[in-house]
Design a protein around this ligand. Structure first.
Ligand code: XMP
Length: 324
């Protein structure tokens, strides 16, 4: 933990030098990475940092309200932007995973540019450099093809998904760290443990967990199924043992089922529980059978249109954690 403290101090100095008397905005997602990045930058430049949270319409059930509640106490200025229509419209008709990721990365930047103009516009009239704080980790860089000897596995929204005409100068204090190190820094900085130990959730959100086109209806379905799975995992006391458990909607697949005394023709969802140290590799998690049964029964009973629940038993490699 000496090293963790050193990293924080080093970054604080570096950011002070970089930003000078300028101002920065931080892209907060609700997750630990961006929270820790924001906390470090706040140490460096105090209230010249403004945190922006974008609701892109692909967040999980109750998430935006929860982020608003949890973060407003820690970071005094929290700008919450409702950009759901903008993102979902931009994704209309798109099925390719990389294309989705690039569109989402681009729309994030457009939203932050608008937020920057709104928050700082009157102060600086476009004169100074615009700084954007991101919680980018080392694995995000590697998987997006930025690390030594790495190939492009998938474009993380905050790295390979960035548009070419980026106007922001980036501040990424966690770019050399793994998630366990980020959590250690978060604890050192005194962030609440709900924030520090939150399971990872990808920036592109449920958009990369719908296999097929992203639509509002499909997002609603997936949100319901995901909420049930998360609720049951928490109830089983497994939140810390399981690294994360994406629920994936196979939106273009239908299968025949029977429920009550009628035929159904609905979509399958896939549970993707994994254990991992750093998300670079992962093992499929052996969930207790009774937990899987509860999740399956509840999802098929409570989510109209989902009539089958399956479990992904592929490790990483050869699978990745997310399906897209
Ligand atoms: P994969 O699917 O590559 O995921 O095995 C590794 C970890 O990264 C998360 N992930 C992302 N996080 N933006 C993020 O902030 C992204 O674009 C992104 N893609 C994947 C994933 O949830 C897992 O924890």
């Amino acid at each position: 933990t000496w090293t963790m403290l050193n990293i924080v101090e080093e970054q604080v100095e570096h950011i002070r030098a970089q930003v000078g008397e300028g101002r920065a905005i931080c892209a907060l997602s609700g997750g630990v990475d961006s929270a820790v990045a924001a906390a470090i930058v706040q140490r460096a430049i105090g209230d010249r940092l403004t945190c922006v949270y974008v609701d892109h319409g692909m967040m999980r059930q109750g998430e935006t309200e929860q982020v608003r509640h949890d973060f407003e106490e820690v970071f005094d200025v929290l700008d919450v932007v409702d950009a759901a229509d903008q993102f979902i419209d931009a994704l209309a008709g798109v099925r390719d995973p990389e294309e989705k990721r690039k569109i989402i990365g681009r729309e994030f930047i457009r939203t932050f540019e608008a937020a920057e103009a709104r928050v700082f516009g009157d102060l600086e009239a476009g004169a100074a450099t615009a700084y954007l704080v991101q919680g980018t980790l080392y694995p995000d860089v590697v998987e997006s093809g930025g690390g030594a000897g790495a190939s492009n596995i998938k474009s993380h929204h905050n790295v390979g998904g960035l548009p070419d005409d980026l106007d922001f100068e980036l501040i990424e204090p966690l770019r050399t760290l793994f998630k366990d190190e980020v959590r250690a820094v978060g604890e050192q900085l005194g962030l609440p443990s709900t924030m520090v130990w939150r399971q990872p959730f990808p920036g592109p959100g449920l958009g990369i967990r719908i296999i097929g086109e992203v639509t509002r209806e499909r997002l609603d379905l997936l949100r319901q199924a995901d909420a049930i799975a998360r609720e049951e995992l928490t109830r089983a006391g497994l939140d810390r043992d399981i690294w994360q458990m994406p629920v994936v909607l196979l939106a273009d697949v239908r299968s025949v089922g029977v429920q009550g005394d009628g035929r159904t023709y609905g979509h399958p969802v896939v549970l993707r529980p994994v254990t991992s140290e750093d998300a670079m590799t992962a093992d499929w998690a052996r969930l207790p059978y009774d937990l899987m049964e509860r999740i399956s029964t509840r999802i098929t009973n409570e989510v109209a249109e989902v009539n089958r629940v399956t479990v992904d038993i592929t490790s990483k490699p050869p699978g990745t954690i997310e399906w897209e």
